[in-house]
Design a protein around this ligand. Structure first.
Ligand code: NAD
Length: 508
C-alpha cells in the first residue's frame, strides 16, 4: 500500500529508536499490528528489550545535556520543521491512523491536523516560557523565577489517539528543553513508527544528536520500566483509570512527577430551553464519533423531562441514518471498534443494562453482514438508564448512550457530577441563568465545561484534562507547558549588606 511505503512502514519493523537510528532487529519478541477494518495483519514490530531500553535511556540522558543548552526559540524552530513535515505527510499519516486504529478518514486527518496545530502552538510557546519577577522585601535585591527543563519526559499513550496525544506532550516538552521517550499503545505500533520516521527526517536535516525523540515499543511491561525508572522525572500517561492508578502509585513511590489523562464519563445536560436541533447533532457526533472511543465521548444524557421524548425521537432518527462501514470510505461516519475484546465488552455492558431494567431504545447489535463480518463493527446503542447503576458509573469504551430524565437544574447538576470521573461536560440551553449556573463553582466539576458545544472535539489552545479519577493532568494549550518544567526562584543581592528575610538579625 502506497501510504505505508511513504511512511517507511515495512513487513517487519524495529520498534526501538533513539531518533534517526532504529534498533532491535535482533529482538525475538514481536507485536503484530492488525487493522480493525477486517482484522487482517498489517505488519509486525519488534518489542523493546531491557538492554535496548537501557541504551535508549543512556542516549537520552546524553542528548539532554546538549538539547537543554540550545536556546528555546531554536528548539522551537526544530518543532516548526516537524510541523512542516507533518503537513507534507498529512494524508499518508491520516490514512494510517484510520487503517490501524479504525476511526474514519476525516478523523484520521483531524488527528494529524491537531499535531500540526500543536507544533505551531509550541513554536510560539518557545518564546514565551515566562517567569515572573517579584519585588524583594530586601533593599538592592532582585527576585525572580525561571523555568528549567526536567530531563527525560516519558510519554505513555493510548490506542484511540495514536499520534495526536504524543505530539501534545512531545512538542511542548521539546520546546521546554526536555528529551522524550515515547511508548505508544501496543494496539497501534505502526502509527508510532510512522511518526518517528517523520521526525527523523528533521533530526537528520539539522544534524541533531541521537536521544532527543526516542521510541520504545511494547505493552504494559515496558510502561512499567518507565514508571519505575528514577531517571525519568516526569511520566505523562494517557489511558484507562486502572492503568493511571498503577502508574500514579509507582511514580509517587519515587516522588516523581506525573501528568495523568485517564478515562471520562462525560455527560450533556439538555435543558427545556435548549435548541434541540443543535443539541441532537452535537450529541450524535459526541456519542457515535470514533465509534464511542474518545475519552471525551458523550456517554450520559441528562434531559429535562419535558424534552425527553422529542430528543429521544430525534436521536433515533439521526442514528438510523448514520453510515457504518469501512472507515476509509468517504461516506462512512462510524468505523469499527478497535478489537473483538471491545465488541465483547460492549455486548456485556448492554446485557448488564438490560438486567438492571434499562430499555434498549436503539441499536447495539454486532454487524455481521457481507464485507463487514470480518471487522469489529457494531451499531451504536441508545438505552435508558439510572445514573447510580454500576454500569453507568463505569466507562465502557464503546458507543452506548444512556438517557436519563431530570426535573430541576440542581438535580441535573447533582446527577452530572455524581460519577467518579471528571473530564468533559456540556449543557445545551439558551437560558443565561442556567448556563452560568452550570459553569459556576456549584456547576460542572469537570476539567472541560461547554455551553451549546458537545463534549468531544476540544481545541488544542485550551488546557486539556480532567478532575477526580480522570487524573487531574493538563496537556496542550494555556499554561500546560509548566508541567514539563521545574520552577526555580532566584534572589540576587547587589548591595554590600547581607539583610535577612523577615528582618531577622543574626550577627556572626
Ligand atoms: P490502556 O490503559 O489499556 O493503555 C494505555 C497505555 O498504557 C498503553 O500504552 C499501555 O501499554 C500502557 N499501560 C497499561 N498498563 C500499564 C501499566 N501498569 N504501567 C505502565 N503502562 C501501562 O488504555 P487504552 O485502552 O489504550 O485507551 C483507552 C483509555 O484511555 C480510555 O479509558 C480513555 O478514556 C483513555 N484516554 C484518556 C484520554 C485523556 O486525555 N483523558 C485520552 C485518550 C484516551
Amino acid at each position: 500500500m502506497e501510504f505505508l511505503k511513504k511512511l517507511g512502514i515495512e513487513g517487519t519493523n524495529t520498534g526501538t529508536s533513539t531518533g534517526r537510528k532504529f534498533l532491535g532487529s535482533g529482538a525475538k519478541e514481536k507485536l503484530a499490528s492488525y487493522t480493525p477494518i477486517d482484522n487482517s495483519q498489517i505488519a509486525d514490530v519488534t518489542v523493546t528489550t531491557r538492554e535496548e531500553y537501557e541504551h535508549v535511556i543512556e542516549t537520552a540522558q546524553k542528548a539532554f545535556e546538549e538539547w537543554r543548552m540550545i536556546p528555546a526559540p531554536q528548539r522551537g524552530d526544530i518543532v516548526r520543521q516537524i510541523g512542516l513535515e507533518l503537513r507534507a505527510n498529512k494524508e499518508y499519516l491520516g490514512r494510517l491512523v484510520t487503517y490501524e486504529m479504525g476511526k474514519i478518514y476525516q478523523e484520521g486527518l483531524g488527528e494529524v491536523q491537531e499535531m500540526i496545530d500543536i507544533c505551531d502552538f509550541a513554536v510560539g510557546q518557545s518564546r514565551m516560557l515566562y517567569g515572573k519577577t517579584m519585588p524583594s522585601e530586601r533593599p538592592k535585591h532582585r527576585m525572580y523565577e525561571q523555568w528549567h527543563p526536567l530531563g527525560i519526559t516519558g510519554i505513555i499513550s493510548a490506542f484511540n489517539f495514536p499520534v495526536a496525544v504524543y505530539s501534545w506532550n512531545a512538542m511542548i516538552a521539546a520546546v521546554a528543553g526536555n528529551v522524550m521517550i515515547w511508548k505508544g499503545s501496543e494496539k497501534t505500533p505502526l502509527c508510532s513508527i510512522a511518526v518517528q520516521n517523520i521526525i527523523a527526517k528533521v533530526l537528520k536535516r539539522n544534524d541533531l544528536p541521537e536521544g532527543i525523540f526516542n521510541l520504545v515499543t511494547g505493552g504494559p511491561e515496558v510502561g512499567k520500566w518507565m514508571s519505575s525508572d528514577e531517571r525519568i522525572p516526569l511520566i505523562s500517561a494517557t489511558g484507562s483509570i486502572r492503568m493511571g492508578k498503577e502508574v500514579a502509585k509507582t511514580v509517587a513511590a519515587r516522588l516523581g512527577k506525573t501528568i495523568l489523562e485517564l478515562g471520562g464519563n462525560n455527560a450533556v445536560i439538555v435543558s427545556k430551553e435548549a435548541d434541540l436541533e443543535m443539541a441532537a447533532r452535537a450529541i450524535a457526533f459526541g456519542a457515535v464519533g470514533t465509534c464511542g472511543q474518545r475519552c471525551t465521548s458523550t456517554r450520559r444524557l441528562i434531559i429535562h423531562e419535558e424534552m425527553f421524548d422529542s430528543l429521544k425521537d430525534r436521536l433515533v432518527a439521526i442514528y438510523e441514518n448514520v453510515n457504518i462501514g469501512n472507515p476509509l470510505d468517504e461516506d462512512t461516519l462510524v468505523g469499527p471498534l478497535i478489537d473483538q475484546q471491545a465488541v465483547d465488552n460492549m455486548q456485556k455492558a448492554l446485557d448488564e443494562i438490560e438486567q438492571q431494567g434499562g430499555e434498549r431504545v436503539y441499536g447495539g447489535e454486532v454487524i455481521d453482514k457481507n464485507q463487514l463480518s470480518d471487522g469489529n463493527y457494531v451499531r451504536p446503542a441508545i438505552v435508558t438508564a439510572q445514573n447510580d447503576w454500576d454500569i453507568v458509573q463505569r466507562e465502557t469504551f464503546a458507543p452506548i448512550l444512556y438517557l436519563m430524565k431530570y426535573s430541576d437544574l440542581d438535580e441535573a447538576i447533582a446527577m452530572h457530577n455524581g460519577v467518579r470521573q471528571g473530564l468533559s461536560s456540556s449543557m445545551f440551553t439558551l437560558n443565561l441563568r442556567e448556563a452560568e449556573a452550570f459553569l459556576s463553582t456549584r456547576g460542572s466539576d469537570c476539567g472541560i465545561a461547554n455551553i451549546n458545544v458537545g463534549t468531544s472535539g476540544a481545541e488544542i489552545g485550551g488546557a486539556f484534562g480532567g478532575e477526580k479519577e480522570t487524573g487531574g493532568g493538563r496537556e496542550s494549550g494555556s499554561d500546560a507547558w509548566k508541567a514539563y518544567m521545574r520552577r526555580q526562584t532566584n534572589t540576587i543581592n547587589w548591595s554590600d549588606e547581607l539583610p535577612l528575610a523577615q528582618g531577622i538579625e543574626f550577627d556572626v
